[in-house]
Design a protein around this ligand. Structure first.
Ligand code: COA
Length: 155
């Protein structure tokens, strides 16, 4: 496998947006995916950090979408975090999260928050490994029966 590099997407490129739409659907399902109407908004006004295979053609294998909290300007919220199915359990999630954390520290953030399905073993293991702590339970957060734990990391 080519080396995996982590980078910020800083400009809206329609080929890239289409590639991310496909990745979203494959990894998060139709309901939880964002599309061509929101991907450019997060690229331009939030932060879009990806893991990609090194090479001429950008082949994205992992995505982290971030927004800044309106309630606390030192808090960043992870809207989505995933590694493409074919590339899981190879340490890419750890590599991406490590970069995301150091990137946000450099940007002056003091807290990162995210929500996770309490039954999601892989994600809970990863977040706890990096020091995230459960600070709340949000029942029906994304619809009836779709509960989430609110996790927080102090930087
Ligand atoms: C959660 C996710 C991002 C992990 O990415 P990954 O690249 O497979 O993770 P890594 O290979 O870096 O492994 C990270 C740690 O999690 C563990 N892990 C990974 N998958 C696991 C699984 N299915 N069950 C238990 N532990 C798991 C690894 O063993 C590793 O821990 P270790 O260092 O203590 O051995 C990936 O499974 C994913 O994209 N899932 C679907 C989307 C999702 O659930 N996103 C989170 C939403 S909040």
């Amino acid at each position: 496998m080519n080396e995996i590099i982590i980078r910020d997407i800083r400009s809206v490129d329609h080929k890239l947006v289409r590639m991310i739409e496909k990745l979203e659907r494959r990894n998060l399902g139709r309901e939880a995916s964002i599309n061509q109407w929101l991907i450019p908004v997060i690229i331009r006004y939030g932060k879009f950090i990806v893991a990609q295979k090194d090479g001429d053609d950008p082949d994205i294998v992992g995505v982290c979408e971030l927004i800044r909290s309106y309630k606390s300007e030192t808090c960043a919220f992870v809207h989505s975090f995933y590694i493409d199915k074919a590339y899981r359990r190879k340490g890419i999630g750890k590599k991406l999260l490590e970069e995301v954390i150091s990137n946000l520290k450099k940007d002056g953030f003091k807290e990162i928050e995210l929500t996770v399905d309490p039954r999601n073993k892989a994600a809970n293991h990863l977040y706890k490994k990096f020091g995230f702590e459960r600070i709340d339970f949000r029942k029906n957060e994304y619809g009836r029966g779709i509960n989430r734990d609110l996790m927080k990391l102090e930087l």
